[in-house]
Design a protein around this ligand. Structure first.
Ligand SMILES: [Zn+2]
Length: 209
């Protein structure tokens, strides 16, 4: 089944349903890589090139970009598009600019207000923000948001780290330690294959959409 020709951009659709910009498609596989230890420097790829790392020197997972190919994998996030949307504060649904006003950038999150007083201030988020017209679409498309969500204005949202696969050397062998949130200033960032970019959100105010 084909999707809209503008796949991956505003209005991407599959069988009539809107497909968010950051949603992965079934043909967008992670490319096989061989991860090696670079003594004292962390991990790298055997055939690494400059596009594998970002401006912080972080190694990123290699994933094909073929929006519209195959079928959308709702609930799976495409690494390069998540990273781009997060970097540039683009709407996770249409990839246009996220909504901004004097109180900050518009975000939708699963409702975890019971987690700690002041939630979600200080939290690292992997979900990119949204624009106002797409906020309702995002809630309808995402099962976990449908179960309970909050809309918020975020005043401060610096890029803080990555979610990724952290490696370590044990008994002289490189091993996958765990999937982890790793701050940019943590030395473990050199041992992490990044999958999602994280912003830390503070100055959050709940709003009614
Ligand atoms: Zn949008």
């Amino acid at each position: 089944m084909t999707s809209d020709v503008s796949t991956g951009r505003p209005g991407a659709r599959y069988r009539g349903a809107v497909v968010p910009y950051i949603t992965a498609w079934s043909e967008e596989r992670a490319l096989p890589v061989r991860i090696i230890e670079r003594p004292l420097l962390g991990i790298g790829y055997t055939d690494e090139s400059f596009v594998d790392r970002d401006e912080h020197g972080v190694l990123w997972r290699r994933v094909l970009s073929r929006p519209g190919a195959g079928r959308p994998l709702f609930g799976e996030i495409h690494t390069p598009r998540q990273r781009r949307a997060m970097q540039r504060l683009l709407c996770q649904v249409c990839s246009g600019p996220a909504d901004q006003n004097e109180a900050g950038t518009l975000w939708l999150l699963k409702d975890h207000r019971g987690d700690w007083p002041g939630w979600p201030n200080g939290m690292g988020v992997t979900e990119p923000p949204v624009c106002l017209p797409c906020a309702r679409t995002a809630i309808n498309l995402c099962p976990s948001l449908r179960r309970g969500h909050v809309a918020l204005r975020v005043a401060h949202h610096p890029i803080a780290g990555v979610q990724g696969l952290r490696y370590q050397v044990r008994l002289q062998r490189l091993q996958l330690a765990e999937s982890d949130l790793v701050p940019l200033e943590d030395p473990a960032i050199r041992w992490t294959q990044a999958v999602h970019l994280i912003r830390e959100i503070t100055g959050c105010v709940f709003v009614d959409l």
